[in-house]
Design a protein around this ligand. Sequence first.
Ligand code: CU
Length: 178
Amino acid sequence: MQNALASIVVTIVALGIVTPMILPGASAAEVTFNLFGTINGWGLSAGTITNPGPTLTVNASDSVTLILHSTDGVRHNWFLDVNNNRVRDANELVSPDFDEGTPIVTWTFTAPAAGTYTYRCQYHPTSMTGTLSVQGAPGTQPAGGLDWTLILVIVVAVAVIGAVAAVAAVAARRRKKT
Ligand SMILES: [Cu+2]
C-alpha cells in the first residue's frame, strides 16, 4: 500500500517536470520588407509611397529585416515610436540613417511584444509614418483557445502537492518502524 502510494507520487512529480517541456513553444520566423522612403511617406515600392505608409504585420519575436531605401536622396531613418510621442527616445529601436550617400540600408531587429506600434522617420516624424502590427507569436493560442499558462500553473500545483504527499508518506513509514 505504501509502495503503491509512493509510485503514484513519483509519477505525479515526474509529470510535473516533463509536461512543461512538451508544451508548444513560440518559434520566431525571419521576415523581410523592402521599404522606400521620401519626405512624403513610405511605400513597399518607389512608386507607391503614401503617408501613412504600409502596415507591416509580423509576429512577436520575429527577426524582422528592413531593406530601407532613400528614394529622394534625403537623409531618413526608421524608428519604432513605442510611446507615440513623435520623438526618437533613447530606448526605442532605430535603424542607421540612409541618404544620398548610402541610399540603401539593410537592418534587422527583433519584433517586440504583440501590439500596434507606429513607425516613423525621426527627421520627418509626421510626414513619414506607418503602423507595425505585431501579432502573438506562432505556437501561442488565440483568445478563447487553451490557456497554457493556466495549465502550467495547475501542473506545477499538482507536482507540489505530490511532493508534499511523498514527504508525508515517508514520514508515516518511519513512524511505523519505530
Ligand atoms: Cu525622413
